[in-house]
Every structure is written in C-alpha cells, then in structure tokens.
Design a protein around this ligand. Structure first.
Ligand SMILES: [Zn+2]
Length: 297
C-alpha cells in the first residue's frame, strides 16, 4: 500500500471511530425516570406474594447492586450477576436531567419483589435516596426521582413490594432481612448519608406539612438545614429533635438503626398529602432538601 493510500485509509478509520463515539448517545434510550418509577409503584399490590432473599441471594445481589449504585460501568458483569435473581437491567439517559443511569428492577408481583435501584453511571456517589413504601406513601417515588435529578451522584433505592404484602414482611423499613436494607446498610458502611422519604395522612399531624427526623440517629447540621430550607419554602415543619411529631419520627426504622450503629447520617423525611399531591409543593420540598444536602455538613 502506498503512503498516500495508507494515510487515506488511516484517516477513514479515524473518521469511523469519531462517528461511532459521537453516535453513542443516540443509541442509549432516553427514559423519563419519574414516569418509570411511578409505573413501577402503581403496580405494587398489598396482596402480592413476597419473600426476602436468602442469605446467599442477598450476598449475590449485593455483589451486583453495589457496583451499579456506586457509578459502576461494568454493566455486563452486573447483568450476569443480577439477571438470574429476577432483575431486569436498563441503561439509559434520564430525559429531564440528561444524566446517564443504570437501573436494576424486579418485576412487580414477583415473590422476589426486591426493588428498583438506580445508579448514576460513572459518577462518584455522594448520597443515597430511599423510598421504602411505594404505593402506600403515595408519590414518594416521584419525590425520590426528583431528588435524584437535583443531586448528581445519587443512588436511588425503591422497595419492590407493597409494605403490606406477605402480612407486612415486605415493609423494608422494618425488616432487616430485606434486600433494600442490605443495600442501604452496605452503602451506609461506605459513609454515604441516607435520605429516606415517607408520607403521612394530613389528619395524623394537623398543622404540620413535613417532619424532619434523624430516626434513631442523633440529629446533625444537615437535619437543621433541611428543616430551615423546607420552612423557607413555605411548609410547616416539625423538628423531631425539638418537639414531639406524632410518632412520625421513624425511631423504629431499621435503616436508621443501622446508620446509628455505624455513625453515619440518616434523614427521615415525612410529608403530608398536601405536599405530595401538589406538583408545585413537591418541587419546593425537593428543592429545599437538595439545597440542604448540597450545602454539605
Ligand atoms: Zn412510610
């Protein structure tokens, strides 16, 4: 091959490579993660079967989920580990934030209803966002994904069964054997702060829109900042370290108890229906929590 032909061929190969790189985003599907999470939550039923993972299943699931939730890029390995456990893996770009994510989800209604987990592909993880009671604490999955959108480096954990399923065994906030709890504990062990989103009936604590609590962990500057920002956003706040908040403090929450034993931060956020059912108030709550988390400890 002459030098000129060689150069033309090399130039052609470089062009093909550049085009391939440029085209990659086109091949990754755009997904509206709020819509996806809402559909997932809506399909969870209180009479569905459920069982927690065996010790071995839990260990295997963790070996696939922890890399996925902490920015891992080896989706083939995660796929190989998680698929036999009933997970479906999706890689995509969130249509609103434009960030690339990897998601692993079990099928609603499966006995192995272990969750929907979203990781920020290739990003350093900074916080864990938890939704333990989807389709019971209505719209908390929307709050969770909105908070993920506001905070790059988020790992999102959404329970994969209705809290009342299997006589309440599926309540991941009160079952230490749940995969949700295993994952949350493993991420807390890495020192990551957790924000857990719940909902309460307006009548349970009239006059209060949002309860900010540390669960069984000591309250920190983050809790104070969250309460300050939420109040500045026009919502009435109950600060669990200052007053009694109608048994909505989450003191029996097992993720909080694990965080307490490890000395990591855990924020238990309850919002009432007037916040969760109103898109504008939801936005304000998310913006307030995100501002507090971004400000740091
Ligand atoms: Zn709840």
């Amino acid at each position: 091959m002459s030098a000129r032909n060689w150069l033309v061929t090399a130039f052609g190969l470089v062009c093909v490579a550049v085009l391939a790189v440029i085209n990659i985003p086109d091949r990754i599907p755009k997904v509206d993660l709020v819509e996806r999470a809402s559909q997932f939550a809506a399909a969870l039923q209180s009479d569905a079967p459920y069982r927690p993972p065996t010790v071995r299943e839990g260990e295997t699931a963790l070996s696939g989920l922890i890399p996925l939730l902490t920015g891992g890029k080896d989706t083939q390995s995660e796929l190989k580990t998680l698929t036999p456990l009933g997970f479906t893996l999706t890689s995509g770009i969130d249509s609103t934030s434009g960030r690339r994510f990897t998601m692993a989800a079990t099928q609603p209604g499966d006995e192995q209803g272990w969750g929907l987990f979203i990781g920020d592909y290739g990003a350093r993880t900074r916080q864990v966002i938890e939704v333990p009671h989807p389709n019971f604490d209505l719209n908390t999955e929307i709050l969770g994904v909105q908070l993920y959108r506001a905070l790059p480096g988020s790992a999102v954990l959404i329970a994969g069964a209705h809290r009342r399923a299997a006589n309440g065994t599926a309540d991941v906030a009160h079952n230490a054997n749940s995969l949700f709890n295993l994952v949350a504990t493993e991420l807390a062990r890495k020192g990551l702060p957790q924000v857990q989103l719940h909902g309460f009936e307006d009548s349970s604590l009239p006059g209060t829109d949002v309860v900010v609590s540390g669960g069984s962990t000591p309250h920190t500057r983050l809790h104070e900042q969250m309460a300050d920002h939420v109040e500045a956003g026009g919502m009435a706040v109950c600060r669990a370290w200052q007053q009694s908040c109608g048994n909505l403090e989450g003191t029996t929450n097992v993720q909080g108890q694990a965080a307490d034993s490890m000395g990591t931060v855990f924020a238990h956020i309850e919002s009432d229906g007037s916040v969760r059912m109103d898109p504008q108030r939801r936005d304000r709550l998310v913006a307030a929590l995100a501002a507090a988390i971004t400000a740091g400890p």
